[in-house]
Design a protein around this ligand. Structure first.
Ligand SMILES: [Zn+2]
Length: 258
């Protein structure tokens, strides 16, 4: 995911400069057939827009438009009188070109033709949300943490909008699936050297225990008879594991002694 910063410094929201402690991430979609995030950055970077999000996700890149801890103007006020603006980082997903809207429904949207676009966009949305959850210590699977605008409305913390449920389910993607994908991506991201070594040791042990193929039986018999392969001290010859440079020269040495 390519992430760049172009803060909307001329937007009144940025000028207001209030801050939040992020408790979640709210996903939006723009509701207009415009795939280029740069277009929104240009349109929204002025006074009088009356809305502002933390980022725009496109197919190829994500543009961060507010500091993550700045209060955005993306959710309005919900039926509870509360607003996700005070708690949630927000980003807009840019929609591909070609469709229009009628009464909040997409019209003329071609699911098959837009599949590659959607897959790229979706991957960026997952990675961005995983990155933010990691950065702010958020659990994407906890209720109310990672939500879309429509879910925010149901929770009473956002205005009555349908995004992203007017769009993503057309590609068979639910918000539950999104939260799962975010959680899985976070697990991948928490790989450490220690964990890698652990996995590598396990993998090598597994390979060492594999039985060699019958096709190499004459060669193995010869090598053992010649003392070229003598095992690791415990008698294990680890024929299906890797050979270190140290073991290679040892084998050459044994061969040369003959
Ligand atoms: Zn929205």
């Amino acid at each position: 995911m390519e992430l760049e910063q172009q803060f909307l410094t001329d937007n009144d929201c940025y000028q207001a400069g209030r801050t939040i402690t992020p408790k979640g991430v709210m996903v939006h979609s723009t509701g207009v057939a415009q795939p280029d995030p740069e277009v929104f950055v240009r349109r929204w970077n002025r006074s009088g827009v009356e809305k502002c999000v933390h980022a725009f996700a496109g197919r190829e890149r994500v543009i961060q438009t507010l500091p993550w801890t700045m209060r955005g103007w993306h959710a309005g006020t919900g039926t509870s009188g509360r607003s996700a603006n005070n708690t949630h980082i927000s980003f807009e997903c840019c929609e591909p070109a070609g469709h229009t809207y009628q009464g909040g429904e997409m019209v003329g949207y071609h699911v098959e033709a837009n599949r590659p676009y959607f897959e790229d966009l979706y991957r960026n949305a997952v990675r961005l949300t995983a990155m933010l959850c990691g950065q702010f210590g958020l659990d994407p699977l906890k209720p109310g943490v990672v939500i879309c605008h429509a879910e925010g409305y149901d929770l009473g913390i956002a205005s009555n909008h349908g995004d992203v449920l007017q769009w993503w389910p057309r590609h068979g993607v639910t918000m539950d699936r999104f939260r799962q994908d975010v959680a899985l991506t976070m697990e991948d991201d928490t790989m450490t050297q220690e964990r890698f070594n652990e996995l590598m040791d396990g993998y090598l042990a597994q390979r060492a225990g594999l039985a060699p193929g019958g096709w190499s039986a004459p060669a193995r018999a010869w090598a053992e008879e010649q003392g070229i392969v003598s095992g690791d001290g415990d008698g294990r010859r680890r024929y299906c594991s890797f050979t270190t440079r140290e073991e290679t020269v040892q084998m050459l040495y044994q061969l040369n002694q003959k």
